[in-house]
Design a protein around this ligand. Sequence first.
Ligand SMILES: [Cu+2]
Length: 302
Amino acid sequence: MKKSRKIVPSFAALAALLCSLAQPAHAESGWAELNMTRGVTAISRQIYDLHMMCFWVCVGIGIVVFGVMIYSIVVFRHSKGAVPDTTMVHNTKVEVIWTIVPVAILIGVAIPAARVLIRTADVSNSQLTVKVTGYQWGWNYDYLQSGVSFFSKLDALSNAARQLDSGIDPNTVPHYLHNVDHPLVVPTGTKILLLITADDVIHSWWVPDLGVKRDAVPGFINETWFEVDADKPGVYRGQCSELCGRDHAFMPIVVDALSKADFATWLKNEEAAQKTQQPAQAAAAATAAARQTQLADTSAAH
Ligand SMILES: [Cu+2]
């Protein structure tokens, strides 16, 4: 009696948990949070469909295997008088079946998987090229056709809140640890080629909504591509997904997908801003170098 009282609330809690999970797929919480995202590119949806197909194949295998196992355990149990058949050591028919069936399943899964893999590697006919360089701890983006270049790191508010005894409640920080100072800006409906590398250690550029996850390896350039649906401009977030050192958890990725017209305006403004910044930066660097030489001369004279 005492035992059943304990079980009833736990069943109620489980039912409540299942109800809370059974939200529509587009909701922010629920089943959608447990599963992969469908994303906003054709490739990300193909990856999702592939994942779901493999999932249901596994569910089918699980049902068949556990079904046969549980049936055998229950029906042929010792207390029912079952006697083990110790004479059957080989059965060619069964062995052929349990070889052919898994091979057929593997081929059935491998063909669509290979098709998607080949599409992810096809970087031909890209319309915009961005070189992505991983650093400890941030990302540099170079727009190779226009010369626009900037560094993207954790936003100042998240960075302040993450410090020990900062006194800032992380719950009050918008997109805590998932926000950057300069997001990667791209146009929608455009095939974007990413050339991914790193300058210090191995990082990995990962944005689930784009269906992109590629290692950034020093000395190597890995190619990948994505094309955000023309009708899905928005902000898509990701993270470095290669354990790259102390602040690995603090190098998020933010991609701001704009319409083609908005992107053209952004690029024009960015080009103009960087042109005015460059002489100022060069002048500052020259002043710093002159000061260093002056200091060196002074110390040599003493
Ligand atoms: Cu990293």
